[in-house]
Design a binder for this molecule. Structure first.
Ligand SMILES: Nc1nc2c(ncn2[C@@H]2O[C@H](COP(=O)(O)OP(=O)(O)O)[C@@H](O)[C@H]2O)c(=O)[nH]1
Ligand SMILES: [Mg+2]
Length: 193
C-alpha cells in the first residue's frame, strides 16, 4: 500500500451532504480519545493528517481520505460526555445515515482501548455492526501503555470477552511503536479488494 497516495478528501457534517459512493470504504469507529486520529496518522505515516486532539469530540463530522482506490472514513467519536442533546442528535443522525445509505462499506475498524473493558457505547456499536452484518475488525489501541505481563493478560481477557462479537480479527495496535500496523493494512487491503 503506497500511503503517500492518500490525501484528505472532504468532511461532512450533515447527512444531506453525503453522496452515495461505490468506492470500497473503510470506516474507523470508536469513542472519543480512543486514539483514532493517532491510528490514522500512523497508518498513513503522516504527522498530523488526522488531527490528534486534546479536545476530544469537538467536531461532529465524517472525514474522508482517498488513495489507492480506497476511501477511509474517520467517523466522529462517540461517548463524549460534554455533548449537548442537539449535538448528540446530530451525531446519531450522521452515523445512522452513514451506515444505512448507498455506500460500499468494505470494512469497519472498531477501536477499543486495550486498558479498559469495552464501554456501554462500545457494546452498542459492536451489536450494531453484527446486526447490520458489516465486516469488521477490532483494534486494541494504546498497547504500548502496558508492560509485557499486563499486555498478555489483557489480550487473553479481551479475546475471551470479544470472542462472540463477530469480529474478523482482533489486532493489538500502538501508534507509538507501529505494533499492528502491517496487520491492519493487510486486513484493509484484503477487505477492499
Ligand atoms: N501511548 C500512546 N498514546 C496514544 C496512542 N494513541 C493515541 N494516544 C494518545 O491518546 C490521546 C487521544 O488520541 P487521539 O488520536 O486524538 O484520539 P481520538 O479522539 O480517538 O482521535 C492523545 O493524547 C494521543 O497522543 C498510542 O498508541 N499510544
Ligand atoms: Mg480524533
Amino acid at each position: 500500500m503506497n500511503t503517500n497516495q492518500f490525501a484528505f478528501e472532504q468532511a461532512f457534517g450533515t447527512p444531506k451532504q453525503l453522496p452515495p459512493s461505490s468506492l470500497p470504504e473503510v470506516a474507523f469507529a470508536g469513542r472519543s480519545n480512543v486514539g483514532k486520529s493517532s491510528l490514522l496518522n500512523c497508518l498513513l505515516r503522516r504527522r498530523a493528517l488526522a488531527r490528534v486532539s486534546s479536545m476530544p469530540g469537538k467536531t461532529i463530522t465524517i472525514n474522508f481520505y482517498l488513495g489507492e482506490g480506497i476511501r477511509l472514513a474517520d467517523l466522529p467519536g462517540y461517548g463524549y460526555a460534554k455533548r449537548s442533546q442537539g449535538e448528540y442528535r446530530r451525531f446519531a443522525d450522521l452515523m445512522d445515515f452513514y451506515f444505512t445509505s448507498q455506500r460500499n462499506i468494505a470494512l469497519v475498524v472498531q477501536l477499543i482501548d486495550i486498558r479498559h473493558p469495552p464501554s456501554q457505547d462500545d457494546r452498542v456499536m459492536l451489536s450494531f455492526l453484527r446486526e447490520m452484518n458489516l465486516p469488521f475488525v477490532i483494534v486494541l489501541t494504546k498497547s504500548d501503555k502496558l508492560g509485557p505481563t499486563q499486555f498478555a493478560r489483557r489480550m487473553d481477557e479481551l479475546r475471551a470477552e470479544l470472542a462472540a462479537s463477530g469480529a474478523r480479527e482482533i489486532i493489538a495496535f500502538s501508534s507509538e511503536t507501529g505494533l499492528g500496523r502491517a496487520e491492519l493494512w493487510q486486513a484493509i487491503a484484503a477487505a477492499a479488494q
